[in-house]
Design a protein around this ligand. Structure first.
Ligand code: G4P
Length: 531
């Protein structure tokens, strides 16, 4: 085990960390951008290696057939790379709306988000949903308007839409020269430079960039430059200038234009992350007291995943370091149980590729192997006890009763359900009435059911049947109300295994409101997605 770093060293390491996620609607270019960022930072040699898409060499998620079949990224891993002396941790978020609960947990681990927007489509539904999570968690957002190499909307019109839909003041730090589909370069409003982009074949290498003087831009780009100049003058007039305090306070969003596929604007995005994105800051514990960065080690488990790689067959907990110096081999305390947790097998997990990690600092993501007892939201610490606030569960909207197809597999079924519950793949609800062998699975999106069905069969040998229930709404309730709700038609109360919360399920809002009207004193509190 390495020796513990001093407080000053920890602070210096924390300052050079940038921990972020890319949020976007499917197809906006998240995989392409991830690949391009990693390429620029030289984390990997071969472009394409970060892709989790069908038919490409997958790193983030090759392990799961459902993903391959559907061409979506369900699982999240972290990618680490260095750029300009800074250590980046890019935490992957699932692209599909059905996995927004997972995304919510992942976003608990980041300090900043890059919102990727398709130049032709603007703000799309999943982008908005993820943005809402950032707003809720007060995560600063940098916006990257992607695919400017293809015909799309007007830049000013996109700014308007960003402002209308997010409430954030857009402050372009680069401005495109040439309309979408006729992209010549950008004017950098912060650095006061004009950059011309030259396409390279295939786009798999870094883009060629050259700097132009305004006179050269005028001569070479003519009308396109003049138009950009006018728009930039307009931006100055309306005061759409970057303000670091407002950005960090989640009131404005710096905007960049580019094309991830051709690597246009990607280096500028990395520079913006270095210069503008906040480094890790002290995280509040359950009592609201900030844990100083240089305090002894503490970390938040934001994701647990079993059987990521059939060759390893283990369970990994992804931990975001919140304070202190993580040293592989240290024995930590698991706040939820008070038990010791050994960290002999700490790894940087990058899809199927794993490397042993010996040291980590605030902002880093560490994969802990054999993490049987850990659940998302758990705290690990060294020294004085600390517990971070739990990560809230979403309000489920889809419900189904799961049963093992074969009575001989009851044990595997039970073990599998418990495992997927612990990972947070799905919420598991139980009641005495329904019994142990017929738990109700509760999902935010129906695709979660597919994942459960697939993983129970593939990893636990338990084939299941799923009978959908016609509930669509859940509310938190208490024991006294539960007793009375049990007598109502179109309602049922079950206990959520994860947090032992009592959830009242209703067929629809109308039914719930009519029960509420008859019994105004019932406790029916909204769950997180309703807030
Ligand atoms: P996602 O992870 O957000 O779902 O998106 P992904 O990167 O897979 O990109 C979706 C599609 O958009 C891909 O094309 C990709 O090549 C394209 N794309 C991404 N960034 C840019 C860009 O800056 N400019 C242009 N013109 N296209 C871009 P596809 O044909 O759907 O996939 P593929 O099979 O060619 O990879």
């Amino acid at each position: 085990m390495t020796t513990a770093a001093t407080g000053d060293d920890i602070m210096a390491e924390a300052r050079r960390r940038r921990t972020f996620a890319v949020i976007s609607h499917p197809d906006a270019g998240k995989s392409t951008m991830t690949e391009a960022l990693a390429l620029h930072a030289s984390a990997i040699i071969e472009a394409g290696a970060v892709h989790g898409k069908a038919g490409r060499r997958g790193v983030t998620s090759d392990w799961m057939e459902i993903e391959r079949a559907r061409g979506i990224s369900i699982t999240s891993a972290a990618l680490r790379f260095e750029y300009r002396g800074h250590m980046f941790n890019l935490v992957d978020t699932p692209g599909h709306a059905d996995f927004s609960e997972d995304t919510y947990r992942v976003l608990a681990a980041v300090d900043c988000a890059v919102m990727l927007i398709d130049a032709a489509k603007g703000m799309e539904p999943q982008t908005m949903k993820l943005f809402e999570v950032c707003r809720h968690r007060r995560i600063p957002v940098i916006t990257f308007v992607n695919k400017w190499d293809r015909p799309g909307r007007e830049a000013l019109e996109l700014l308007d839409e960003i402002e209308q839909r997010t409430g954030l003041r857009p402050t372009p730090i680069t401005w495109p020269v040439g309309i979408a589909g006729d992209f010549h370069g950008v004017a950098d409003r912060l650095e006061d430079r004009i950059i011309r982009y030259v396409r390279t074949p295939g786009g798999a290498t870094k883009a060629l960039e050259s700097e132009l003087t305004p006179a050269q831009a005028e001569a070479e780009l003519g009308d396109d430059w003049r138009r950009a100049e006018e728009e930039i003058a307009l931006l100055a007039e309306i005061g759409a200038d970057h303000d670091q305090k407002e950005f960090e306070a989640h009131q404005s969003t710096p905007v960049l234009f580019g094309a991830a596929l051709s690597n246009f604007g990607v280096a500028r995005l990395l520079d913006a992350m270095v210069d503008l994105a906040p480094p890790p800051s002290p995280r509040d514990d359950v009592a609201g007291a900030p844990r100083p960065l240089a305090a002894p080690f503490s970390g938040l488990v934001f994701k647990v995943q079993a059987n990521m790689d059939p060759a390893h067959r283990d369970r990994i907990a992804f931990v975001r370091v919140c304070s202190g110096h993580f040293r592989r081999g240290m024995v930590l305390t698991h706040a939820a149980t008070g038990r010791p947790f050994a960290t002999k097998y700490a790894q940087a997990v990058f899809g199927q590729d794993r490397a042993t990690i010996d040291d980590a600092f605030p902002g880093d993501v560490v994969g802990l192997v054999n993490a049987g007892a850990l659940r998302p939201g758990d705290t690990l610490y060294e020294g004085p006890a600390v517990t971070f606030p739990p990560i809230p569960s979403f309000a489920p909207e889809h419900f189904a009763v799961a049963r093992s197809r074969s009575s001989g597999k009851a044990k595997q079924f039970r073990r599998g359900i418990d495992q997927l519950d612990a990972e947070g793949v799905i919420q598991v609800l139980r009641s005495d009435l329904r019994g142990d062998q017929a738990p109700v699975l509760a999902a935010v999106g129906p695709m979660q059911f597919e994942v459960v069905q697939h993983r129970l069969a593939a990893e636990f040998g338990a084939e299941i049947t799923l009978d959908r229930l016609d509930y669509t709404l859940a509310r938190r309730t208490d024991a006294a109300s539960a007793e009375r709700l049990a007598r109502q038609r179109g309602a049922e109360v079950l206990t959520r295994s994860g947090d032992q919360a009592l959830l009242a399920l209703f067929t629809d809002r109308w039914r719930m409101n009519s029960i509420k009207a008859d019994h105004p004193d019932l406790l029916l509190a909204p769950l997180i997605a309703d807030t």
